[in-house]
Design a protein around this ligand. Sequence first.
Ligand SMILES: *[C@@H]1O[C@H](CO)[C@@H](O)[C@H](O)[C@H]1NC(C)=O
Ligand SMILES: *[C@@H]1O[C@H](CO)[C@@H](O)[C@H](O)[C@H]1NC(C)=O
Ligand SMILES: *[C@@H]1O[C@H](CO)[C@@H](O)[C@H](O)[C@H]1NC(C)=O
Length: 621
Amino acid sequence: MRENSWFLICMWVLLVGNCLGRFVVEKNSLKVTSPESIKGVYECAIGNFGVPQYGGTLVGTVVYPKANQGACKSFDDFDISFKSKPGGLPTFLLVDRGDCFFTLKAWNAQKAGAAAILVADSKDEPLITMDTPEEENANAEYLQNITIPSALISKSLGDSLKKALNGGEMVNMNLDWRESLPHPDERVEYEFWTNSNDECGPKCDSQIEFVKNFKGAAQILEQKGYTMFTPHYITWYCPEAFILSKQCKSQCINHGRYCAPDPEQDFSKGYDGKDVVVQNLRQACLFKVANESGKPWLWWDYVTDFAIRCPMKEKKYNKECADKVIQALGVDLNKVDNCIGDTEADVDNPVLKAEQDAQIGKGSRGDVTILPTLVINNRQYRGKLDRGAVLKAICAGFQETTEPAICLTEDIQTNECLENNGGCWQDKSANITACRDTFRGRVCECPLVNGVKFSGDGYTHCEASAALRCEINNGGCWRETQEGRTYSACIDDHSHGCKCPYGFRGDGVKSCEDVDECKEKLACQCPGCKCRNTWGSYECSCSGGSLYMREHDTCISKNVKTEVSWGSVWVIILGLVAAGAGGYAIYKYRIRRYMDSEIRAIMAQYMPLDNQPNNVHHPDI
Ligand SMILES: *[C@@H]1O[C@H](CO)[C@@H](O)[C@H](O)[C@H]1NC(C)=O
Ligand SMILES: *[C@@H]1O[C@H](CO)[C@@H](O)[C@H](O)[C@H]1NC(C)=O
Ligand SMILES: *[C@@H]1O[C@H](CO)[C@@H](O)[C@H](O)[C@H]1NC(C)=O
């Protein structure tokens, strides 16, 4: 009973601390682009889960569901989907606050295909930060799987949006996180408010997971001088009247100056709050010593190694185990011990005193009250504690163009382009997409493929610049090669679309069918002529050794009796040879000279002429 009352007091100190403290609601901006009546820039509060697109923007269209307006149930039950169609804008799902956890709303919205969730407040009040559920509800499996950004909007904005939607208007908006973090220079300062306690359930587990996953990136950034990282630890003090109580003695060090709650919340077993404070102090001291020796990044190694080698479960959460880890890292153990000092003495510890002072917010930061908390460039990070999401936020803290390579590598990609192609334009058949994953969020930008720039809005259309459009995927048109001959339905003449070449018919996109000139009686209809269809053309032979004149689709008799007529036949033949060869030469010359798309288009239509010299020299003649 007495233990419980101590616990309550302890909680009370904590809560009052929170109430009196200045909790800062981190915001991003929301720009309504249509309809005209509510156009404007509004503020919204970034939820403390999911992945806010720090440094980026997201364009979408707002949908308010007809049913399940609080999004507390799965939309599957209502057969509703918010997946945007290719070329359509992503859906921002507007839902009502209340009835269930914010995180459950976000999860249901995400599962149904929404790209972001906007929660409309239920009463007129200043914006609040939507957080993950505490304690027993914090272990829902889906929490870590929320990847869409979330925003709380005011009741009045929510009402205006609903009114516009009910009036049948399309509401488009732009969520903008570019100014959510200051990005003044080429170095990012960030803090991680953490705790060495490893038995506080899912929150502690995810904290340790994060440190393990983020360690690599953090160390690279620190070693190259891109960031200045500082770990921090929250402690609180025991109220004066209780300093000599058994409880205070078990939760605090240095005569009630620095306390932490009991890890198991049971004072009679396991580790005490005091053990946690001492380990926190050891971590803070390790950082101090490592930083003084010029290797601040060793903190990440220490914290991960300590979590692995000295867990509470295995009863190794003690100085002996910690010292082994410190020595293995080559950090001066004496210096660390000196920094920790005598934890039983009735004196201040300079390190923990500094930590308590730092807890109180300065400038724009606000008090740190949620554990763990990341503070980037003196702003509290909101969103899930996940390597990619945090790296994205840190990267957004660099002045543009000064961000380190790690911010631009594929590593940081969140693969938003995998889902519905990020709502961007794409040409599936050519495997060309306008979606690009960058650390500033996904962008829809018409691509550059094989040196050919596509232009367009990136969302609904992109087009290769006209003169070269046939270079890529044949402009999306039909093309086929048979027996060494290639025909194409793409015309490089600034026109759009596709057109089957002469001798073919069809839609020009999927197919062009050879026209059977013989069957369809389009050519070679002279009496006694033998027509043979070929792919893209036809062959015609005249009876009785007559000569077929392709141009005139007629036969010229070879059975002439006079030298004169033989001569005239030869003149015609030679004329044709000359014309064919001349035409061919001019064709080649002009092709070489201009490579002009217009000419090529015209020539393509007369491709069968290419056969002319052969026909003239046909052995049948
Ligand atoms: C969350 O994601 C993990 C890994 O991607 C997956 O195995 C798990 O089933 C997901 N949980 C839920 C509730 O969807
Ligand atoms: C770490 O070291 C750097 C440079 O030596 C110093 O500027 C910084 O204040 C130190 N950080 C802490 C938390 O002591
Ligand atoms: C599409 O292109 C990407 C990279 O350009 C490649 O990784 C992927 O395998 C391609 N997909 C198909 C279906 O060709």
